[in-house]
Design a binder for this molecule. Structure first.
Ligand code: CAA
Length: 636
């Protein structure tokens, strides 16, 4: 390789640098502070053709090479890391798989508006149980007539909510591992497709990152990307290219920090001379520049290989790993050169220091990049369920909160409340005693917690009454404390909030985002009350009631009793309710909506008695959730 950028590359660089300096740099601090997406700047990039930079002109792209695309990401990230990843996620992750694997119809319908900048793209792969182990995908897509029915959730999705077109990965054939995963093109606005709240991130705060939630989303059959079962390969091939984008983003952030530090070192005087004249500082500058040059060569050479249709997966992984590792080092050195001034909010090195960190984590952690590089060098060594080895074997699934009993009550709210209260009492929870509602969460023996499902503020009275009846303190999910402000901020439970390790956690209207579940994983007993049977919290609880809070909670309050409670004795940590070794009878799952028929519960609404095996259900029995016929259920 005789490496040299062309005049055209440098002209493009100058064009994007001018745009970034004029339109993005002046607002970068504000975007960071406000967690704000640069809508206008992205629209402008669309008009300039940058959103379609490496795609053919016939599809509305600019027909430039991959190196041009890397330069564009680098130049945007040089002033704002968030804007850099918006372009990278749009081009590499949201658009490229449609270009490479889409049919002509899919390209006309989706690729063209993505290239012209009318639409923004995103990529939905990561899930609570499928991060580094991307093959652990749990989102499902079940073919029903002309549509696939999509159910599940994706987390940490860049451009989430802002994007119009999503490439989403879901299991179409369960239990065969990565070969059972397929890719779909999903549009924002389809019924059942919603977004979680904006994540409050450490860095790249101008980029939108949200959860994608799929609740029986009907995806037309023609939106299958590639063939059924090809999804994992599509994801991996897409990430190979995406890693060039992230490497360029890391390089751009580091370049920005380096340039700021160099300028400052020449101007800041100490000991009667600019600090750049001190060897300690000048050596840092020499090291920083050398690392940037190495990273740039790695990135551009991977881009060149991709452009030439040569194998480039290992080189892209090397570029991503190296560029992001050195981005942290360079930003750290830049901050060091700035000294105390660099530590202040509003200084670009402070923002760049925070922005750089994610580049070692997303699109495959740098540990996974090493797995990828090593597997190219050594070959794949199969070991069951280990990253980079035996991903085609499905892993044993245990929820975020560990093995839980998962006894779910459905049907009449009064009977459900009675059954739950009886089960809790049988396990040894004593509801004649209680703790004050404002007991700190970390010290509480019991907590009644509310999520956004509680609705209006006036409904909080129900939670207060339930907390009193259960002798519990009051907690909440993060949005309820932070956005709705129904409780003080120190009462939200979760990975970033308070950890609950006591005996009984009653989650009301909480869907069970991974961050929340991590905050309760050590609870002895978790109870979930939620009207959505598919809410992840049900896979992470000991007892659950599927029902409307407004209907269930009054009965539960009555069951536990609102009379004054005796002060609770010091907490004795209880054991978790025992998890049944195996279900008493096989479970059957509706292929339409994912509803699970649990023989132990029967179907009271259809007058099917508890204990009725699936085989004994009347022939005209239908799924209580979606009215699918009995023969559409499959054994789980
Ligand atoms: N291209 C095409 N196919 C590939 C491939 C590639 N680069 N890598 C693997 N495959 C194929 C394999 O050939 C294999 O197929 P066969 O069985 O037919 O041979 C199949 O995929 C399974 O491969 P592995 O057994 O190697 O898979 P694995 O489960 O062991 O995992 C892994 C490999 C590299 C660890 C992978 O899981 C991985 O890349 N994990 C990281 C996930 C990741 O990068 N996530 C990023 C999310 S997106 C993001 O972060 C975006 C953002 O916010 C900006």
């Amino acid at each position: 390789m005789l490496f040299q950028t062309t005049k055209a590359h440098e002209e493009l660089r100058a064009q994007i640098r001018e745009f970034a300096e004029r339109e993005v740099k002046p607002i970068a601090f504000k975007l960071d502070q406000n967690n704000e997406f640069p809508t206008e700047a992205v629209k402008e990039l669309g008009k300039m053709g940058i959103l379609g930079l490496p795609f053919p002109v016939e599809y509305g792209g600019m027909g430039k090479d991959i190196m041009s695309y890397a330069i564009a990401v680098e130049e945007l990230a040089r002033v704002d890391g968030g804007t850099g990843v918006i372009l990278s996620a749009h081009v590499s992750l949201g658009t490229w798989p449609i270009f490479n694997f889409g049919t002509e119809e899919q390209k006309q319908k989706y690729l063209v508006p993505l290239c012209t900048g009318e639409k923004i793209g995103a990529f939905g792969l990561t899930e609570p149980n499928a991060g580094s182990d991307a093959g652990g995908t749990e989102t499902t897509a079940v073919l029903e007539g002309d549509h696939y029915i999509l159910n599940g959730e994706k987390i940490f999705i860049t451009n989430g909510g802002e994007a119009d077109t999503y490439v989403v990965f879901a299991v179409t054939t369960p239990d065969i591992g990565t070969k059972g995963i397929s890719a779909f093109i999903v549009e924002k606005g389809w019924e059942g497709f919603t977004f979680g709240d904006h994540y409050d991130k450490m860095g790249i705060r101008s980029s939108a990152t949200r959860q994608l939630l799929f609740d029986n989303v009907k995806v037309p059959k023609e939106n299958l990307l590639g063939k059924e079962g090809m999804g994992f390969k599509i994801a991996m091939a897409t990430l190979d290219g995406g890693r060039i984008g992230i490497a360029a983003q890391a390089l751009g952030i580091a370049q920005g920090a380096y340039e700021s530090a160099l300028a400052y070192a020449k101007e800041r005087e100490q000991f009667g001379m600019p600090i750049a004249g001190q060897q300690a500082v000048s050596f840092k500058i020499a090291d920083m520049a050398t690392k940037l040059r190495c990273a740039r060569f790695l990135i551009y050479s991977a881009a060149e290989l991709k452009e030439a249709h040569e194998p480039y997966g290992m080189e892209a992984a090397m570029a991503k790993m190296y560029a992001s590792d050195i981005a942290l080092e360079v930003c750290n050195d830049a901050m060091q050169i700035f000294g105390g001034s660099g530590f202040m909010k509003g200084m670009d090195v402070e923002r760049m220091y925070r922005d750089a960190k994610i580049t070692t984590i997303y699109e495959g952690t740098n540990e996974i990049q090493r797995v990828v590089i090593a597997s190219h060098l050594i070959g794949r060594i199969k070991t069951a369920n280990s990253g980079g080895g035996g991903g085609s074997k499905p892993a044993q699934k245990v929820g975020i909160t560990g093995a839980r009993k998962k006894q779910i009550f459905k049907g009449d709210p009064k009977e459900c409340a009675a059954a739950l209260a009886a089960a809790l009492k049988a396990d040894g929870h004593d509801f004649s005693v209680g703790i004050p509602a404002d007991t700190p969460i970390v010290k509480a023996e019991r907590v009644v917690s509310m999520g956004k499902g509680i609705g209006d503020r006036e409904n909080v009275k129900l939670i207060e009454d339930l907390a009193k009846a259960a002798g519990a303190a009051i907690g909440s999910s993060r949005p309820v404390a932070e956005t709705l402000q129904y409780v003080p901020i120190e009462r939200y439970v979760g990975m970033s909030g308070q950890k609950f390790t006591g005996n009984l956690y009653i989650a009301c209207g909480i869907s069970g985002a991974i961050q929340h579940l991590k905050g309760i994983k050590d609870a002895s007993c978790i109870v979930a009350i939620n009207k959505h049977a598919g809410a992840p919290i049900f896979k992470n609880c000991d007892y659950g009631i599927v029902g409307d809070l407004m209907e269930v909670l009054p009965f539960l309050i009555e069951e536990l009793g609102l009379e004054d409670k005796q002060p609770a004795p010091p907490m004795v940590k209880m054991k978790r309710p025992p998890v049944p070794k195996a279900p008493m009878q096989p479970r059957y799952v509706c292929s339409g909506c994912g509803h699970e028929y649990i023989p132990e519960l029967g179907d009271p609404d259809a007058e099917v008695a508890p204990g009725t095996p699936f085989s004994k259900l009347p022939e005209d029995w239908v799924c209580p959730e979606c009215a699918e016929a009995k023969d559409q259920f499959i054994e789980a």
